[in-house]
Design a protein around this ligand. Structure first.
Ligand code: AMP
Length: 361
């Protein structure tokens, strides 16, 4: 197969990361007659369903060369892959999304500067590198404000809300002294996300805007469509398209946004970009013509994107920790579509599965 040519059924996709997103990608690939190779430092739920597995550190160049020799394209289910890993692989075979998209979205400051340069609104923010810088930033942005590590944050980890009366030095030390940004608080009405895909040929397809409720910083519930004016929904999708095009993106991209409704009307503020399939798109497995996982596979293989049509009003609830113990009752519920990720230990805060329910529109 020549470099960059579309894959054919029977070819293999390399996936960096072994979590549940990789598992659902591998299952979607299998349905289309494709094989998958999971590459990750540790075994995980994806390994149970993939054709092959390489367990090695992301820095292991011999193992990465082996991966490159065995697959036609590499993608990821986990965005904190070291930049050098993506570059090493991209020098050998197609990697989608590419190293630029990865580098832009791994660092909150770089991502926000990129968004603002595109004319996409974000929360006001300042870069903070030490306690003195935090004091200056707090004076400029006011309290409460949210201090976030620039890198490696997820599910609310690596961030704290700084309220009136809280000590600056202690707040700085709470995040371990890592480079941070301080963000002003956005007075949002709801949180929404756009899950969309861009093909190798530049084609673009978005699902309807999703509305997301978080509990303890973890996504609890997604409902589709989001409650918002049609113009605001169109604007959300247009922003995602602008972002994907500017990153020359290939694959599924997810853009989390705050929907602000006030006397001035409705507006959208982008919170963050995930360069991968996203938890708020899990409803598409049962609720859309093409799931986000199949869509991602289609995009990275150089295949046409599928329809993002929705089968009804959809609700997706995450099963966190012990929630998954209700599996038998969920199986018995007519119309509930249960997905379990095959994780052995139901630690608190761990995503164990999800359940989708579809209602008439
Ligand atoms: P993040 O890790 O950036 O996705 O933030 C986790 C959650 O914290 C978001 O889903 C929001 O609920 C909340 N949050 C983060 N940043 C802001 C902000 N600037 N204003 C208001 N809420 C925020």
């Amino acid at each position: 197969m020549s470099k960059g040519a579309p894959l054919a059924p029977g070819d293999a996709i390399g996936i960096l990361g072994s979590g549940q997103l990789g598992r659902m990608l591998a299952m979607a690939a299998a349905r289309l007659g494709l094989r998958t190779l999971i590459y990750a430092p540790e075994s995980g739920p994806a390994c149970d369903v993939a054709t092959q597995t390489i367990i090695a550190p992301y820095e292991d160049e011999a193992a990465l060369s082996e991966l490159a020799a065995r697959v036609g394209v590499v993608t990821y289910e986990f965005e904190n892959v070291p930049a050098h890993t993506a570059q090493f692989l991209a020098a050998r075979l197609p990697v989608h999304p590419g190293p630029t998209a990865l580098a832009t979205t791994q660092d909150r400051a770089v991502e926000k500067r990129f968004l603002n340069a595109l004319g996409v609104p974000t929360a006001p923010f300042l870069e903070v590198d030490d306690a003195a810088g935090l004091a200056t930033a707090l004076a400029a942005l006011g309290r409460p404000a949210i201090l976030k590590t620039r890198r490696f944050g997820y599910d609310g980890k690596g961030q704290i809300m700084i309220r009136e009366g809280m000590d600056v030095e202690a707040s700085w030390l709470a995040l371990g002294g890592a480079p941070c940004i301080l963000e002003g608080l956005v007075p949002f009405t709801r949180e929404v996300s756009v899950v969309a895909a861009r093909g190798r040929d530049g084609s673009f397809a978005a699902y309807d805007v999703c509305e997301n409720v978080h509990e303890n910083h973890i996504l609890a519930l997604t409902t589709v469509p989001a409650r918002m004016a049609a113009e605001a929904a169109a604007e959300a999708v247009a922003m995602a398209a602008r972002i994907a095009t500017a990153l020359d993106y290939v694959g599924v991209i997810s853009v989390e946004m705050f929907h602000v409704v006030d006397d001035a009307g409705e507006r959208l503020v982008v919170n963050e970009i995930a360069p991968r399939v996203h938890n708020s798109g899990h409803w598409t497995l049962d609720g859309a013509v093409t799931s986000q996982f199949e869509q991602h596979v289609r995009a990275v293989c150089g295949w046409p994107l599928g329809s993002t049509g929705r089968h009804g009003r959809v609700e997706m609830r995450n099963l966190i920790g012990q929630d998954a113990n209700d599996w038998a009752a969920l199986l018995a519920e007519p119309g509930a579509c249960l997905h379990l990720y095959g994780k052995h230990e139901a630690r608190s805060g761990r995503k164990m599965g999800h359940v989708t329910r579809i209602f008439p529109d």
